[in-house]
Design a protein around this ligand. Structure first.
Ligand SMILES: Cc1ncc(COP(=O)(O)O)c(C=O)c1O
Length: 420
């Protein structure tokens, strides 16, 4: 039995009420709630160690240690070879913009970057901008409207001897589908291109193993997996070391410093280590033993075993509401090929109207294109309307799923949504 009640007790925000209405947090794809231990680590750093790096005094030495530990913990978390491969910054988007300049520095006019149409704008905008600056060509690879996946043959069809980089989405923040990154990476590498993977939506639900994937770069954001508002960029050490870093003259040329401009958010780095610890504790709580990574892997496995039936119940409930269309995999036997992010539209009631009715009843969901701007347009959905997006995390319950299904049903029939 997955200890969901015990887990919920670790997240203070989950038991809060708004005007006596209990909250149902299904806004998880835009950011998850945070356990007390993570918030406590952030506060503790600020209250006891606030300082900068590189001094001889206690708070500065402690700040050095916090910074190193955060990089080491994330290296363990992602399966990286060392902490030198881990660059931490403000967000996935800002890191991608920052590194895109170094990654594409030696690309020549006419060189090609392939971008998939299922990407979040964070893995599109930076490449469109650098392509404009350097006269590069962007080639698009569609996702399949039946399977909801980037099919290898579709990628193979756009790879050429001019392809330098392939930008791929691991799990979509709209359709939820999980692409076979290892297979797609092999194809790109065979064509001589590097691969940049957006794992922002995968990381809350699956353990990332960068060695097994074989890609060159991978990005994620810790606020999507119960941590602080930070972005993380992993790159193969030899690949990062070969890039030209855009940095101040007195900044170290060592990795990862050469790509971490300015003073880091030390308090959030303390929170980041606590986030990795949260996964380890969750692994132990569900009975696992072994190495730190084995505990984290067990935490993910247990969470997924709990989330997948809940996802199927949610898809089934939403799919049975008259007029609702689901944009993503609905076959319960393929639930392992998606994360629990469900995007829907009703044939008459606008997404914003449904989301507002749910919010008034204490049920938090997102609406709009949610920066899945390209997939929204590809699916011929008016981007200013978008979808209603309901996203589960391992702390959600069956009761909450029932509540959101009833609420969507009521909202689409123009009825008052019950708040419990
Ligand atoms: C798939 C995906 N990629 C990238 C991002 C952007 O992440 P960040 O807010 O850290 O820039 C998001 C945010 O929602 C996302 O869902």
């Amino acid at each position: 039995m997955f200890p969901v009640a015990d887990i919920r007790a670790l997240f203070p925000a989950l038991s809060l009420t708004d005007n006596d209405v209990s909250r149902v947090c299904l806004d998880n794809p835009a950011g998850t709630q945070v356990p007390k231990s993570v918030a406590g680590a952030i506060a503790n750093y600020m209250l006891t160690n606030a300082s900068n790096m590189g001094g001889h005094f206690t708070t500065s030495l402690n700040t050095d240690a916090v910074t190193l530990k955060a990089h080491e913990d994330i290296a363990l978390f992602l399966g990286a070879k060392s902490s030198a491969e881990v660059i931490i910054g403000q967000s996935m988007t800002s890191l991608t913009f920052h590194l895109s300049r170094s990654i594409c520095r030696d690309f020549q006019p006419g060189d090609e970057i392939i971008v998939s149409r299922v990407e979040h704008e964070g893995n599109i905008g930076p490449w469109l901008e650098i392509a404009k600056d350097k006269g590069l060509n962007i080639r698009w690879v569609d996702f399949d409207r039946e399977t909801w996946l980037i099919e290898p043959e579709n990628l193979a069809a756009v790879l050429t001897d001019k392809t330098r980089l392939v930008c791929l989405n691991f799990a979509s923040n709209m359709t939820g589908s999980i692409n076979d990154i290892a297979a797609l990476t092999r194809l790109a590498h065979d064509a001589g291109a590097q691969v940049f993977v957006d794992a922002v939506q995968l990381a809350p639900h699956h353990l990332v193993d960068v060695q097994a994937l074989g890609c060159d770069y991978l990005v994620c954001s810790s606020y999507k997996f119960f941590g602080p508002h930070l972005g993380i960029l992993w790159g193969k050490e030899e690949v990062l070391a070969a890039l030209h870093p855009y940095k101040g003259r007195c900044v170290s040329d060592a990795l990862p410093d050469r790509f971490e401009a300015g003073t880091p958010q030390f308090e959030l780095l303390a929170g980041l280590s606590a986030t990795v610890q949260y996964f380890e504790d969750l692994g132990s709580r569900t009975g696992a033993e072994g190495s730190r990574r084995a505990l984290i892997a067990a935490a993910y496995q247990q969470s997924r075993d709990y989330e997948e039936p809940l996802t199927n119940t949610l898809i089934d409930g939403l799919g049975n509401i008259a007029g609702i269309k689901i944009f993503g995999i609905t076959n319960p036997n393929r639930v392992h090929q998606r994360v629990p992010t469900i995007s829907i539209r009703h044939d008459k009631v606008m997404p914003g109207v449904i989301a507002k009715a749910l919010a008034d009843a204490g049920i938090y969901v997102w609406h709009g294109h949610n920066y899945a701007y390209e997939p929204t347009r590809f699916l011929n959905i008016p981007e200013e309307e978008g979808v209603v997006r309901v996203g589960l995390a391992h702390y959600n319950t069956n009761e909450e799923v029932t509540r959101v299904v009833e609420a969507v049903d009521a909202a689409t029939r123009g009825l008052q949504v019950n708040s419990k």
